[in-house]
Design a protein around this ligand. Structure first.
Ligand code: JFZ
Length: 603
């Protein structure tokens, strides 16, 4: 996924110059995706025959640690007649797609994507191309997609279809994983393609009004599958012909190197964004784990966690599509609808910071209190500070912006009562109410009368007024710096291995002059007694002799012995006046010594 993106970003920059559409702070080149990046939040619906099993078949749970209930037919080797019998448990009189749409609407979602056909091959509409569809098994005949389309239109939501193109466990020549053993000829697979996929897709794009996106689902490149590039191109061409405004997601299975004409980058299941992209992207997510309803699923994410996920993505220019797996009686599990409605209530008050908003140009993890989104307004720019961790001292520090705010208030406050703040050079400090106003996420609005300008590379002041200097927030990058990832459940934190003398430097703005203490955290297992760390700030120097930090076991009674990382007091230095300071740290290692540097802390 990463490689696909970097390639695309490069080509995008060129295209951007030609067609820059910047109603908000996100630049993108595809007019077709405009509604999508404004919408930010959608509903995914996984519903089909499998919903009748609820993740259990003949008293047995899914034969896979991954409890995706929509996979039960394949996982538990259920044959077609028995699988179809699950339809007997459906209460058709109670099944009403409009209820799902109303839930989506009340939850603040702007689009709905339903599994028109999942891997089991069963169509939720009255398909002429295959009688393996819902109308054949209901009396009176139902067309769930038609009902959903009508409801979406009525309530003003966009409609999209999930369509499993690669996998189809029903068609004799479709792909199920058993064919990895038995094999299938490309002629036969193409019969499936021409007999079922193409005609069904034609129906979906012809009979249900405007379709906002087709959500394909193939998570590997076509070169590794039975599907050919020609087949995928045929499919995409059909979509472009029949519905030119319809978005196509990247799980179509064509890499962007081969074809840059994909509209949405789809991340992995429940994978949240981790870096800012200008190209439209989204994370598909579940409230618990399974997509189809699984009654054995029990770890439901909290409303706060889900809001954090949505906000995180928007703060990186991404979307969030959150799934419901209704039951065979049409009901949405309470654990899911409850959280969604809570999100909807929050969005009713705070939606201004989400819809049509996008990333702001500060480093994504710069502030320990939360995430920032951005919106261009008629009179300037608004920043929305989403407080994930409400500061105990009720002071919100915003570092790195050299533009003075026009005014600051809580988004939830209709009267926009100003919050008092101080603005000092590059530090805005906002006085928050002493009790957290919103139980989930409080949003502070900062209005600027022009585009807020950034001081790049500044280390932010933390919630408790300290500064953490790491290898990730350096002012001058160090060449070939390798950050070791966390190991052993984080008992070994991420660090940089220093074997040769290395110099780091950071930039900081000190608003309160005076003495500050410095601590350095490292692990040292050597014995030379000669390696040392030199700290230089404002013409003062402190030299710290590196001393062994020892070892421990990672867990009580565990047999893995790990190197300790410990905080060491370096000393105290004077900052004579408020202003910008360079913090320089030299790690000088002797002979074969190795020092694993973690962080420098100042407060
Ligand atoms: C797929 C489906 O198999 C699943 O049933 C569900 O519909 C989900 C939304 O998509 O599952 C995937 C797809 C991609 C990855 C993992 C599971 N992936 O990229 O890691």
């Amino acid at each position: 996924m990463q490689t696909i993106f970097s390639f695309r970003s490069a080509t995008l920059i060129a295209l951007l110059l030609l067609t820059s559409i910047s109603a908000n702070c996100q630049d993108h080149y595809n007019e077709r995706a405009k509604w999508f990046i404004d919408a930010r939040f959608g509903m995914f619906i996984h519903w089909g025959i499998y919903s009748g099993a609820e993740g259990i078949w003949k008293a047995e749970k899914l034969r896979n640690d991954n409890n995706y209930a929509e996979w039960i037919q394949y996982r538990n080797r259920i044959d077609k007649p028995e699988y179809l019998k699950l339809l007997d448990s459906f209460s058709w009189e109670n099944i009403d797609p409009e209820k799902w749409v109303i839930l989506a609407k009340e939850s603040g979602m702007k689009y709905v994507v339903i599994t028109a056909k999942h891997h089991d091959g069963f169509a939720l509409w009255n398909s002429k191309a295959s009688n393996y569809n819902v109308a054949e098994y209901t009396n009176p005949k139902r067309d769930i997609l038609k009902e959903l389309a009508v409801a979406c239109k009525k309530h003003g939501l966009k409609l999209g279809f999930y369509y499993s193109h690669w996998l189809d466990w029903e068609h004799p020549y479709g792909w199920d994983h058993t064919k990895e053993v038995t094999g299938i000829s490309s002629e036969n697979y193409d019969r499936y393609w021409q007999e079922k996929v193409i005609p069904q897709m034609r129906e979906l794009l012809t009979n249900y009004g405007p379709i906002s996106m087709i959500w394909f689902d193939m998570w590997i490149d076509h070169s590794q599958t039975v599907v050919t590039k020609a087949q995928l191109l045929q499919l995409k061409k059909l979509i472009r012909e029949l519905q030119p405004n319809c978005l196509v997601n990247s799980r179509l299975g064509l890499s962007v190197e081969e074809d840059s004409d994909v509209d949405i980058q789809e991340l992995g299941d429940n994978q949240l964004g981790s870096q800012k992209k200008d190209f439209p992207w989204q994370s598909p997510a579940t409230v618990a784990h399974s997509w189809g309803f699984n009654t054995l699923d029990s770890e439901y994410k909290s409303t706060t966690t889900l809001l954090h996920s949505l906000i995180n993505n928007v703060s990186l220019n991404g979307n969030f599509i959150l799934n419901i797996g209704p039951k065979a009686n049409g009901n949405v599990p309470f654990e899911i609808s409850q959280r969604m409605l809570e999100m909807g209530k929050w969005l009713k008050v705070n939606g201004e910071s989400i819809y049509g908003c996008s990333a702001f140009d500060l480093p994504k993890d710069q502030h320990d209190w939360g995430k920032i989104t951005c919106r261009k307004t008629q009179t300037g720019t608004n920043l929305y500070l989403h407080i994930f961790n409400y500061p105990l001292n009720n002071k919100l520090n915003l570092s790195g912006i050299i533009t003075k705010p026009k005014r600051i208030y809580l988004l939830a406050d209709k009267k926009k009562t100003p919050l008092s703040f101080t603005f000092d050079t590059v530090l805005t400090t906002i006085n928050l109410p002493s009790t957290q106003p919103d139980p989930y996420v409080t949003v502070v609005v900062i209005e600027y009368s022009q585009k807020p300008e950034i001081f790049r590379g500044l280390v932010a002041k933390t919630r408790d007024g300290g500064y953490s200097f790491t290898s990730s927030n350096l002012f001058t990058p160090v060449k070939d710096l390798k950050i070791e990832a966390e190991q052993r459940e984080g008992t070994i934190p991420s660090y940089v291995m220093i074997k040769e003398n290395t110099e780091f430097n950071w930039k900081v703005y000190v608003d309160k002059p005076g003495q500050k203490t410095f601590d350095v955290s490292y692990s040292y297992q050597g014995i030379t007694d000669k390696s040392h760390i030199v700290l230089k700030v404002a013409n003062q120097i402190v030299i710290h002799k590196v001393s062994p930090t020892g070892k421990t076991v990672g867990e009580p009674l565990s047999n893995w012995v790990i190197d300790n990382f410990k905080s060491n007091r370096m000393g105290s230095l004077n900052f004579p006046a408020a202003g910008y300071y360079d913090i320089e740290l030299q790690i000088v290692t002797e002979q074969n010594d190795e020092v694993k540097f973690q962080w420098l802390w100042m407060k």
